[in-house]
Ligand binder design. Structure first.
Ligand code: GSF
Length: 202
């Protein structure tokens, strides 16, 4: 299998963590890809018309995207158990959606600062994205700690990748402030070899 990959992409990181947690890392060849909505660069537009990564090309030529579909496929392939049976499954998937929503907002903020020329940036729009992230983090602190301290699942992996991305790109916003339980949980998760080995870098 071939995985279109970047070491800075938090969505790719979700897939990489799952591959390591389920013992499948050696089954995937990593293909570097980089680009943005303004310049697709080396993004795999021929495989994923959306021009986004991750995209996974299977040995029979079938292409899977996005990260949620890829993660479910790979977990199923290995019997990894990172998507628990219902009813817990719905909590797991909702947590993954919360984490992906944090990432969607954070990536839009990132594009606003590195892709959009300074004179046409809209500060209120950037802060609106951060408000989504702030509310999601507050919900994680107040509603999700019980779930987070249960057996590892894909929702937890996704949230760990989202928090890692906030540290990587928006460290000055100090997401840990006022969220001690979430901070303690993240510190513990970050010690897992799968998280440590996939920490983002430029
Ligand atoms: C999001 C992928 C994505 O936005 C998923 O896989 O879960 N819902 C999708 N990936 C970014 C790279 S990154 O910031 O992780 C991407 O491919 N951006 C290029 C673009 O044109 O938006």
């Amino acid at each position: 299998m071939k995985l279109f990959h970047s070491p800075t992409s938090p969505y790719v990181r979700k897939v990489m963590v799952l591959l390591k947690e389920t013992g499948q890392a050696a089954d995937v060849e990593l293909i570097p890809a980089a680009g943005s909505p303004v310049d697709p660069g080396t993004m795999p537009t021929g495989y994923n018309p959306l021009g986004k990564i991750p995209a996974l090309v299977l040995d029979d030529g079938l292409v899977l995207y996005d990260s949620r579909v890829i993660c479910q496929f790979l977990d199923d392939r290995a019997g990894g158990g990172l998507f628990p049976a219902p009813p817990l499954r719905w909590r797991c998937l909702t947590l993954e959606s919360l984490a992906d929503g944090i990432l969607d907002a954070a990536v839009l903020m990132r594009y606003e600062s590195v892709v959009r020329p300074e004179e046409i940036r809209l500060e209120a729009w950037v802060e609106g994205q951060w408000s989504k992230i702030r509310r999601a983090l507050d919900a994680a602190e107040s509603d999700w700690i019980g779930h987070l301290t249960g057996p590892l699942d894909m929702g937890q992996v996704a949230l760990g990748c989202a928090l890692g991305y906030l540290d990587f790109r928006f460290g000055a916003r100090n997401w840990r402030d006022g969220r001690p339980s979430l901070a303690a949980w993240e510190a513990e998760l970050a010690r897992r070899p799968s998280m440590h080995a996939t920490a983002p870098h430029d």
